[in-house]
Design a protein around this ligand. Structure first.
Ligand code: CTP
Ligand code: ZN
Length: 152
């Protein structure tokens, strides 16, 4: 084990999201709805040296697994992310994220007149494009700054 791997300590149970592009860790936390106020135990490595990515971020969330909606949106900002499920200090499962054809929840449409914004019972849904996402209700396309559209 190298010094680099020791930068953030190992966890007993939970999820390690590895190979996040450098600088995206706080956006990953936003996707997971984590702001620290609910008492989650979270460790973050930012701009850690990485052979594959040059610099990467790592997020470790204890006692929590991720939902499919969270993984779907995560794949848009961290396409090379590895999801490690940790049980009893061991890596029990390792998954690559997959780019979905559609994402639901988590992102909000930027059109204030969109029915998914006006009407709370309607879950926002977007078709995933090569260079952004398109609202299935009003066709508004969000290309830039996806993290700014994360529902809080
Ligand atoms: N990890 C952790 N706590 C554990 C076990 C692993 O925080 N109890 C973290 C490691 O620090 C690493 C990630 O989970 O960031 C994946 O662990 P592992 O598969 O052992 O590392 P690598 O082989 O380097 O992973 P990869 O091949 O995906 O780069
Ligand atoms: Zn819309």
């Amino acid at each position: 084990m190298t010094d680099r791997e020791l930068r953030v300590s190992k966890i007993e149970n939970g999820t390690v999201i590895d190979h996040i592009p450098g600088g995206q860790a706080l956006n990953v936390l936003a996707i997971l709805g984590i702001d620290g106020t609910s008492g989650e135990v979270v460790s973050i490595g930012m701009n850690v040296p990485s052979d594959r990515l040059g610099r990467k971020d790592v997020v470790k969330v204890e006692d929590r697994e991720l939902s499919q909606s969270e993984l779907d949106v995560l794949s848009l900002i961290a396409p090379a992310a590895t999801i490690n499920i940790i049980r009893g200090y061991e890596v029990a499962e390792k998954h690559l994220v997959e780019r979905p054809t559609e994402v639901s929840g988590i992102l909000q449409c930027s059109n204030h007149n969109c029915i998914s914004v006006d009407d709370e019972p309607i879950t926002p849904r977007f078709e995933v494009l090569d260079d952004g996402v398109r609202c299935v209700y009003c066709d508004t396309i969000i290309r830039d700054d996806l993290p700014a559209h994360i529902l809080v």
